[in-house]
Design a protein around this ligand. Structure first.
Ligand code: FAD
Ligand code: 2HG
Ligand code: ZN
Length: 457
């Protein structure tokens, strides 16, 4: 990086917030749970939109490309640099949570606020963002908006798109746009949240967000249910979803993944000494929430389903213990080198599509280890393939994603395209679609400075 750019960045944010030591910056250049990082030219940490605008103006003046980064938990390499010439703009200092608007049930928070920090701030007020994910301690609101994150509650409350009602953002040339008023009836032109949510940092840096909240239902209960097949698990989840009592999550873990989680995290299998065959069945995790009595509601609902007779139920803190078998997947998989795919299938073709993708992966790569789990009622399947020989990685990815497309599914369900899936965009979106997306990029970032190589090659 040139000395003059370094000086301008230091003027913009203070020298202490411009990091250039490769031993420090390599951390920002390495994707979550990966080892192959690139130390960027610098990491710059503006504290607000004005500072961020000065940073982006300086970078634009020098033609320096900028990678936007929140918590760096993204799974498609969108928030890490591809080359040591790039500058990382980190939102780590944009973590302020402003007053909670109890009348409109909204809050404004900085893009660098972690989901966990927001949850901790809202909990005493009896409020929450109705979206949750396992990376909550690191994932930021800006990153979640940029990727249109989904998580476990999306089937009921929607993805991040439904929760963002206003944004403040900085364009590549340093222009600040702001629409944070939170008026829901506002049809006065382009709606910036609609444009920026899911844009993966290719159009603008989000600096603040106004989010829709809801009242917390404090009674929580969960059940782990071994089922005979994924199709049976889905039918059970659909039946519970359609009851008036509040089903808030329906997740699944296939047996190979459950074994991995138990081995890696040293967990006792959930069914203890009961029917050992249960450990070899698909596992469905159901969570109910209510103002009170969630445990009874869930138990009553499950009692109507003989296929759920072997369910293990828990409430309160113990219910969180049951989540470990599902959320532990991240930690367990982080210890393995896997081909990571994130797909969604239409519910009507879920079981058939999952079987076909597993078959396609094995045909393409031989005796590999497929680890499958995900968000059942979204048809969202996380496919992690272990022990894939290096020379089969591309072929196995193609085999799986083509099978998903042939089943009418999506090849980027909730993690996005990033850099990792760029080659696949054209398989899922039409040439006209992609041309229109490129026009938008050209209009807002004509020098193509933001997140180079993300979404488009
Ligand atoms: P980063 O990784 O820092 O960035 C992600 C993308 O957003 C990049 O393209 C980056 O450039 C862009 N970006 C970041 N901040 C901004 C900003 N302020 N303005 C514009 N662009 C920005 N995802 C789900 O959807 N559902 C899950 O259930 C889920 N579970 C996860 C569990 C684990 C254990 C892990 C590690 C990840 C999980 N993820 C999940 C993926 C990830 O957490 C989410 O995608 C999250 O939204 C990323 O947030 P982040 O702050 O870490 O973003
Ligand atoms: C989850 O739901 C995340 O746990 C991560 O989306 C998925 O590790 C994965 O493949
Ligand atoms: Zn997920």
């Amino acid at each position: 990086m040139s000395e003059s750019l370094n000086r301008e960045l230091a003027e913009a944010v203070g020298a202490e917030h411009v990091l250039v030591d490769p031993e420090v910056t390599i951390g920002y250049g390495t994707p979550w749970a990966a080892v192959d990082g690139v130390a960027p030219a610098a990491v710059v940490r503006p504290g607000n939109a004005a500072e961020a605008a000065a940073v982006l103006r300086a970078c634009a003046g020098h033609g320096a490309r900028v990678v936007l980064q929140g918590g760096n938990t993204g799974m498609v390499r969108g928030g890490v640099p591809a080359s040591s010439a790039e500058v990382v703009l980190s939102t780590a200092r944009m973590g302020a949570i402003e007053d909670v608007d109890r009348e409109s049930l909204q809050v404004v928070a900085g893009a660098g606020t972690t989901l966990e920090a927001l949850q901790a701030r809202l909990e005493p007020e009896g409020l929450e963002l109705a979206l949750d994910l396992g990376a909550r301690s690191q994932a930021t609101l800006g990153g979640m908006a940029a990727t249109n994150a989904g998580g476990a509650r999306a089937f009921r409350h929607g993805t991040m798109r439904r929760h963002v009602v206003g944004v403040e953002a900085v364009l590549a040339d340093g222009t600040v746009i702001e629409r944070l008023g939170g008026v829901l009836k506002d049809s006065t032109g382009y709606d910036w949240p609609s444009v920026l949510v899911g844009s993966e940092g290719t159009l603008a840096l989000i600096t603040r967000l106004r989010l829709r909240l809801r009242r917390i239902e404090r009674s929580r209960a969960a059940a782990l249910v071994p089922v005979d097949s994924l199709a049976q698990g889905l039918a059970l989840a659909v039946a519970l979803r359609d009851r008036p009592a509040g089903l808030e999550a329906a997740e699944f873990v296939l047996p190979g993944t459950l074994r991995l989680v138990c081995d890696e995290l040293d967990l006792r299998p959930p069914f203890g000494d009961r029917e050992p065959a249960d450990r070899e069945r698909p596992l469905v995790l159901l969570e109910a929430r209510a103002a009170q009595g969630a445990y009874d509601l869930l138990a009553e609902a499950l009692a109507e389903h003989p296929e759920a007779e072997r369910a293990v139920l828990a409430e309160g803190a113990e219910a969180l213990g049951l989540w470990r078998y599902r959320e532990g997947t991240g930690e367990a998989l982080a210890r393995h080198r896997v081909v990571k795919l994130d797909v969604a299938l239409p519910l009507a073709r879920l079981a058939e599509g999952v079987a076909a993708t597993e078959r396609a992966a094995l045909d393409a790569a031989g005796p590999i280890h497929p680890y499958l789990f995900g968000h059942l009622l979204d048809g969202n399947v996380h496919i992690n393939l272990g022990d894939v020989p290096d020379d089969r990685r591309a072929a196995v990815e193609r085999a799986v994603l083509e099978t998903v497309l042939a089943h009418g599914g999506s090849i980027g369900a909730e993690h996005g395209i990033g850099r990792a899936k760029v080659a696949w965009l054209a398989a899922d979106r039409s040439p006209a679609d992609i041309a229109a997306m490129r026009s938008l990029k050209q209009a807002l970032d004509p020098q193509a400075l933001l997140n180079p190589g993300v979404l488009f090659d």
